[in-house]
Design a protein around this ligand. Structure first.
Ligand code: PLP
Length: 361
């Protein structure tokens, strides 16, 4: 009998490990491990969701026209160049599927988002990891790693789990320096947390090799519903639509996302609260001897003296019901990624880290 074997690369993929959500024996748990919005989603989105279950026998829209029009309207973008997916992860997958394969190289950075190597391997391409400079994307290092086999460069900006950003001029320099035929993917999962930031939209408008991705999972508080989108050159979006399944988003996903994107007051309020408590938490941790880079997202990458201390602090937090994220898999064993929660959660984290460091009773 012939052995049934998957395509090359597939078995090199380590199964994704999500943020933990329970602690054995602890009732009052706060989950700060998946960068979820502590305030949930907008009330408008909730009300659309609760009314949405009536026509379940009908297939959803296949072109997502209404949602794309709403996104285009809110962000001043051409709806014909928007593609929607089941989370931005699905849009990232379309890009990998359509543009990389055997013999191709896919570049991402040292502490880059864990989906990038998974996607490269999924399509049989070679993942190429490039160093960062002190937890910041290094454009020169990426350009130096490019070859004529480079097809995709993934950067998250703001980065996850680093929380750091590079400026628009640096991103433009990266796009302009790529080999012909390579695409820059500007992953803007945390764009809304950066006041006034366009997520790379202007760069997409002025280049033919840049695509940006965005999500409803973070500031919109809709991670459970799985909606994301991408914006790129017409030719690329046209290609991606060919690998997209016609009914990849349900009626519920479409209608809730549309309501959510129209409620920009909610987004602005969450951005302001996040900025306030992120600054407070970073300073409180610093006072307990735990530094972090200035974060531009909704989490802080807390740095401990070594791996042992980071793990001991993680255990200490967990025992008291606070779940944060270990990031050893991202090459950051001495760090913990802590989502910025609401005021009570931030105070709780700071207090427990203080206890751990022996600073507070
Ligand atoms: C959370 C996240 C995503 C995508 O999440 P989806 O839920 O699939 O939209 C993409 N990139 C980065 C860097 C993220 O942190």
């Amino acid at each position: 009998m012939t052995k049934i074997v998957p395509q090359p690369g597939i078995m090199d993929i380590a199964l994704y490990v999500g943020g933990q959500s329970h602690v054995e024996g602890v009732a009052d748990v706060v989950k700060l491990s998946s960068n979820e919005n502590p305030y949930g989603c907008s009330d408008v989105a909730k009300s659309v969701y609760s009314k949405s279950g009536l026509d379940l026998h009908r297939y959803p829209s296949t072109d997502h026209a209404s949602l794309r029009a709403a996104i285009g309207d809110v962000h001043g973008l051409d709806p014909d160049r928007i593609i929607c997916g089941a989370g931005s992860d699905e849009v990232l997958q379309f890009i990998a599927q359509a543009y990389a394969g055997k013999g191709d190289e896919v570049i991402y950075t040292e502490h880059g988002f864990s989906m990038y190597p998974i996607l490269a391997k999924m399509v049989g391409a070679k993942p190429v990891v490039v160093p960062e400079r002190e937890r910041v994307v290094d454009v020169d290092a990426i350009l130096a790693a490019c070859t004529r086999r480079t097809k995709i460069v993934f950067i998250a900006n703001p980065g996850n789990p680093t929380g750091t950003m590079i400026g628009g001029n640096e991103v433009a320099r990266l796009a302009d320096g790529l080999p012909k035929g390579a695409i820059l993917v500007h992953d803007g999962a945390y764009t809304e947390y950066v006041e006034g930031h366009d997520g790379g939209a202007a760069l997409v408008e002025s280049r033919d090799n840049v695509i940006m991705t965005r999500t409803f999972s973070k500031i919109y508080g809709l991670g459970g519903l799985r909606i994301g989108w991408g914006y790129g050159p017409k030719e690329i979006i046209d290609v991606l639509n060919r690998v997209r399944q016609p009914f990849n988003l349900s009626t519920v996903q479409l209608s809730v996302a549309e309501a959510a994107v129209k409620d920009q007051d909610f987004v602005a309020k969450c951005r302001a609260d996040n900025a306030k408590w992120r600054a407070w938490l970073a300073e409180a941790l610093m006072e307990h001897g735990v530094p972090s880079d200035t974060s531009t997202a909704n989490f802080i990458l807390a740095r401990f003296s070594d791996r042992a201390e980071a793990e001991a602090c993680d255990d200490f937090l967990k025992a008291q019901g606070v779940i944060v994220r270990r990031v050893t898999g991202y090459g950051l064993p001495n760090c913990l990624r802590i989502t910025v929660g609401d005021e009570a959660s931030c105070r709780r984290v700071a207090h427990i880290v203080g206890q751990f460091k022996g600073d507070t009773a």
